[in-house]
Design a protein. Structure first.
Length: 222
């Protein structure tokens, strides 16, 4: 897998690259958002490690533009620790947020967790009747027609398929899918589940509500 390290500080890029290569990842670097966007357009990138404060095109502007092009997981790595910056980052569909100074070992652990949530370590395909999930392409189909899910809806669906018949609390879903110190309420889970069910159409009932607990993914027995 290939990581894109975007930071205007060369030393930080080199430290991350050294640890990433020790974990078996390929890497490429960019010192600002403009260079990073060009790399995204021309190379296959599996995850982006992104600084916020950079010249020419900052991290948040880059993230907004990148998500219009490709749905690639992103970990923000920033010296800015303000709640506002974190919320903006997550609103732009960042997957995790770490503040500097940081532990490279912890960053590697978070990279693995985010990639796992994106289904990189699963089998290539999940199929139930007309519902198909292509994990490598990050695509979901119903009766051969692709449906559009947000990154969080997709991650929820993947996590449900990984935990079939297991009752999952809202707290567990927040921890596993959002993976950060959440600044909102449990209703966030309910809202995303509602949107996911709507997008699943005739397969919406595969996600069962478990009263006073949360949700459960159940495939009917044939």
């Amino acid at each position: 897998m290939k990581l894109l390290i975007v930071d205007d500080e060369k030393l930080i890029r080199e430290v991350i690259e050294e640890y990433a290569k020790n974990e078996g990842y390929e890497t490429t670097q960019a010192e600002n958002g403009e260079i990073a966007l060009n790399i995204i357009l021309n190379e296959n990138i599996d995850l982006v490690i992104l600084d916020i404060m950079m010249p020419r095109l900052d991290g948040l502007a880059f993230l907004k533009e990148m998500k219009k092009i490709k749905d690639i997981p992103v970990i923000i790595l920033s010296a800015r620790n303000e709640e506002y910056d974190k919320l903006i980052g997550f609103d732009l569909q960042a997957d995790d947020y770490m503040t500097k100074p940081f532990s490279p070992k912890e960053l590697m652990a978070r990279i693995k967790a985010v990639l796992k949530r994106y289904g990189q370590n699963l089998n290539d395909m999940f199929i139930y009747e007309g519902l198909k999930i292509d994990f490598k392409a990050h695509s979901v189909y119903i009766d051969e027609k692709e449906i559009k899910l947000t990154p969080k809806e997709y991650e929820l669906l993947i996590y449900f398929t990984q935990n079939e018949n297991i009752a999952l609390s809202r707290e567990v879903l927040l921890n596993k899918i959002w993976g950060y110190d959440f600044f909102g309420e449990d209703r966030t889970v309910d809202t995303h589940i509602k949107m996911l069910r709507n997008n699943l159409g005739k397969y919406r009932d595969l996600i069962k509500t478990v009263r006073r607990v949360g949700y459960k993914f159940v495939l009917p027995q044939k």
